[in-house]
Write a protein that binds this ligand. Structure first.
Ligand code: FAD
Length: 504
């Protein structure tokens, strides 16, 4: 039901409308939209809605530069979305590093995976700087898209600065504590928050919750909780020698995967996946520090080991849960939950920010003033949110399913998964479309779920073939029979994630 707060000012000059909206925000804490959380999604959305002339209150519990081990590699599909939002220059002046693709190292054997050349994106070519990199390896002049990696905190501060510079966005250091409901119809009309130790309220025609992975508010609106099978432990390596600079590194072996990527001229992030209850990280074995020294360090490329070992001795060990949370539709009048608060996938493929920026683009288009003149028109907002839930899947379900399925293969802990892992690596080694397809999906460039299923099952069949052909020829008939188990395992890996994307 549309419920218009305040007088209609249709005939008023724009400058006067803006002044009144500013007064309403600053004096009465009342805006078209209240956003909780000035993280990746919250900042991007505040700017996008602000650009459309909406009056925005953006609440953030701490405006200090965050020091986190998350959100440090932005895929090309995320860079393109950032550009659409007019925020691309947030990647400047933060010592960001260009990323041209990945280097996958499997038991010491390497395969280089470049982002695909001249990839199509939303029916058009990736624009701007991303086209500038030539593919030296193949000796051609084909243009390739680029990602960026950086210190998360520096990037966030640039995004927040952009939000603060917008005339109709008010950024407030405030910790949201409760949702405020209309006594009349139960609709959410804003949030209660603590500002400098005092209780305060902020009102909006629409309240957007973007409070991240540990969201305080989502629990009220869904029964399921994020599923966590492992944690990423982060180290910062200084002047690390990487096998392939300007590439993300994925190191695969007997244990769970390790990621390495530069986040500045001198700094490299190492993220080590440690599954729950892994014996080598038990207290008796020296805890996580023991696991890093005894298991992970020897598995790394020799040139990386000195800086990795120095970081173990120097750094405070920090971890983050690697969560899986399938998306759901927002059904509560007056409220929308977005970002990690609504949908998470394993960070192995570095897809979270790409999903968030693309969501900000799509959300602001679906809820533009042309489509939804008043954001307190809850029926219309809920209708557009149903469209949002399905339309975002071209990108988000690809990134969600790929991250989860790839993690199952890369953290293989049984013989069938190990066969799939080996098949996957050898599939990449075939090159051509066997690289361009998977990395195009991961990069947020290819947005067609069927391309993902095609490559996933191609990997499964290739893994079966390698499994059958490896070892004594006499045992080929036996291995043919047991290879069915490898294929069945591939189905067990992927189908639950496909089904989770089909729910409303
Ligand atoms: C280990 C790890 C590594 C990752 N690496 C990458 C990567 O390389 N690339 C990538 O694309 N993605 C990565 N991600 C995912 C990415 O970080 C997230 O998807 C992204 O940050 C989500 O953005 P968000 O705005 O939803 O949440 P956040 O960016 O976490 O922002 C939430 C904001 O809300 C604020 N907040 C929380 N509660 C309140 C409250 N009550 N009141 C006011 N403010 C509040 C917080 O302070 C924070 O600023 C990684 C995730 C993990 C766990």
């Amino acid at each position: 039901m549309a419920h218009h707060r305040g007088p209609r000012h249709d005939l008023m000059p724009l400058s006067e409308k803006r002044r009144l909206a500013k007064d309403r925000r600053q004096l009465h804490h009342d805006a078209d939209v209240v956003i909780v959380g000035a993280g990746i999604l919250g900042c991007a959305l505040a700017v996008a809605l602000g650009n459309q002339g909406r009056s925005v209150l953006l609440l953030e519990r701490s405006l200090k530069e965050p020091d986190r081990i998350v959100g440090e590699l932005l895929q090309p599909g995320g860079v393109a979305a950032l550009e659409k939002l007019g925020l691309r220059d947030c990647l400047e002046e933060i010592d960001a590093v260009k990323v041209f693709g990945y280097d996958v190292i499997y038991f010491g054997e390497e395969v280089r995976i470049s982002y695909p050349a001249n990839a199509l994106h939303d029916g058009g070519e990736i624009e701007g700087d991303e086209k500038s990199h030539t593919d030296e390896m193949r000796g051609t002049k084909r243009k390739r898209p680029e990602g960026r990696s950086f210190h998360h905190g520096r990037f966030i501060q640039r995004l927040r600065q952009k939000a603060m510079e917008k005339e109709n966005v008010e950024v407030v250091e405030a910790t949201a504590t409760e949702l405020v409901r209309s006594e009349y119809n139960g609709q959410i009309v804003g949030v209660e928050a603590t500002v400098k130790g005092e209780k305060d309220c902020f009102f909006g025609g629409l309240t957007i919750i973007a409070d991240g992975y540990a969201s305080k508010f989502r629990k009220e609106f869904r029964e399921d909780a994020p599923v966590v099978r492992s944690k990423f432990w982060g180290l910062e390596l200084i002047d690390a020698k990487l096998p392939m600079p300007n590439h993300g590194h994925v190191i695969l072996g007997d244990g769970a995967p390790v990621l390495l990527y530069q986040i500045g001229t001198h700094e490299t992030r190492a993220l080590v996946d440690v599954p729950d209850n892994v014996p080598s990280a038990s207290i008796a074995n020296g805890g996580v520090k023991g696991h890093l020294k005894n298991v992970v360090l020897p598995s790394l490329p020799a040139e990386v080991r000195p800086s990795f070992e120095a970081a173990i001795d120097r750094d405070r060990l920090r971890s983050m849960p690697n969560s899986w949370l399938p998306p759901t539709t927002n059904k509560q009048p007056g409220l929308v939950i977005l970002g990690d608060a609504m949908n998470m996938r394993h960070p192995l493929t570095g897809g979270g920010m790409t999903v968030a920026f693309n969501d900000a683009v799509m959300f602001s288009e679906l809820l533009s003033p042309t489509n939804v003149p008043m954001l307190d028109d809850t029926d219309l907002v809920l209708k557009q949110m149903r469209a949002f839930h399905w339309q975002r899947k071209g990108l988000s379900s690809v990134i969600n399913i790929l991250a989860q399925a790839l993690y199952s293969l890369f953290a293989a802990d049984d013989s069938q998964l190990k066969a799939l892992q080996m098949g996957c690596f050898h599939y990449f080694k075939l090159g051509g479309n066997c690289i361009d397809g998977p990395v195009g999906l991961l990069a947020g460039i290819i947005r067609q779920p069927f391309v993902l299923f095609y490559h996933f099952f191609a990997v499964a069949l290739y893994a079966m073939w390698i499994y059958i052909m490896t070892g004594s020829p006499l045992l080929i008939p036996v291995r043919m029979l047991s290879s069915v188990g490898v294929f069945a395992k591939a189905c067990v890996v992927i189908f639950p994630y496909i089904f989770s994307e089909l729910r409303t």
